[in-house]
Design a binder for this molecule. Structure first.
Ligand code: ADP
Ligand code: ADP
Length: 227
């Protein structure tokens, strides 16, 4: 069970300024793909980073399942995050990149091999496992970044504009892959983008932020019918 609940969560960077995220209340269902959309500066990344534990919450709370994670370290939140600048380790193979977090966590060797093999199969990376990142295309590298998140089998995935470095054609293709992958894995996902088309095509629901304030939360279909 991994619902995510923001309860009046607020982040203010500078005293006296308007909060970057202002009393955000939002419940994301178990297994749901929620897209957080809004113009640049609307507070999307800040909200995601608050959930990840990379940004302090000044007031309000954040829960994952029935656990209050507001003051937990990032590593104790059981989440995995994919960034737009997916820094892969250049000196490591694809397999090593994917295995790294599990090695650090001292998972048994056979379990690591099983998870890496499975993630590579799902992401269509099996034939690239021994290659270095520089020998891969942009889309393949993005899939390795996703693989590193998947192998950890987190309760929640966070993605911050993961497609913005890809060209238009690859972006459409990868968008479909990510949405399909999320549905197969059934992992609760929060996906940040400024791209409305991405939001409307990928999300089970779409949450619209503006100036740090949640404007609307609904399914793409209802949003289309009631803009
Ligand atoms: P988005 O992801 O929607 O582009 P951000 O969450 O990055 O929005 O930013 C929301 C607001 O918070 C913006 O006004 C931005 O300038 C401000 N902001 C973001 N990060 C910082 C920071 N580290 N220090 C001060 N202000 C910040
Ligand atoms: P090392 O031998 O230094 O651990 P490898 O690149 O051989 O580095 O592998 C890293 C991890 O990824 C290994 O622990 C292994 O479990 C897994 N792995 C490596 N190659 C494959 C592969 N071809 N298929 C599945 N898993 C692999």
């Amino acid at each position: 069970m991994a619902t995510v609940t923001f309860d009046r969560a607020t982040r203010r960077y500078t005293k006296g300024d308007r909060p970057a995220v202002d009393q955000l209340s939002l419940e994301i269902g178990d297994g749901e793909f929620l897209v957080l959309v809004g113009p640049s500066g609307s507070g999307k990344s800040t909200a995601l980073r608050m959930l990840a534990g990379l940004e302090d919450v000044n007031s309000g709370t954040i829960r994952i399942g029935d656990r209050d994670v507001t003051n937990l370290e990032p590593k104790d939140r059981d989440i995995a995050m994919v960034f737009q600048n997916y820094a892969l380790y250049p000196h490591m193979s694809v397999a090593e990149n994917m295995a790294f977090a599990l090695k650090i966590a001292h998972r048994p060797k056979d379990e690591i091999a099983r998870r890496v093999t499975e993630a590579a199969r799902i992401l269509d990376l099996t034939e690239y496992l021994d290659r270095k990142p520089k020998a891969l295309s942009g889309g393949q590298r993005q899939r390795v970044a996703m693989g590193r998140a998947i192998v950890r089998e987190p309760r929640v995935f966070l993605m911050d504009e993961p497609l913005s470095n890809l060209d238009a054609k690859l972006r459409v293709q990868t968008r479909i892959q990510i949405a399909g992958l999320q549905r197969r894995l059934g992992t609760t996902t929060v996906y940040v983008t400024h791209d409305q088309v991405e939001a409307m095509t990928m999300g089970d629901r779409v949450a619209v932020l503006r100036d740090g304030i949640l404007q609307q939360v609904d399914t793409p279909r209802r949003m289309y019918e009631h803009p």
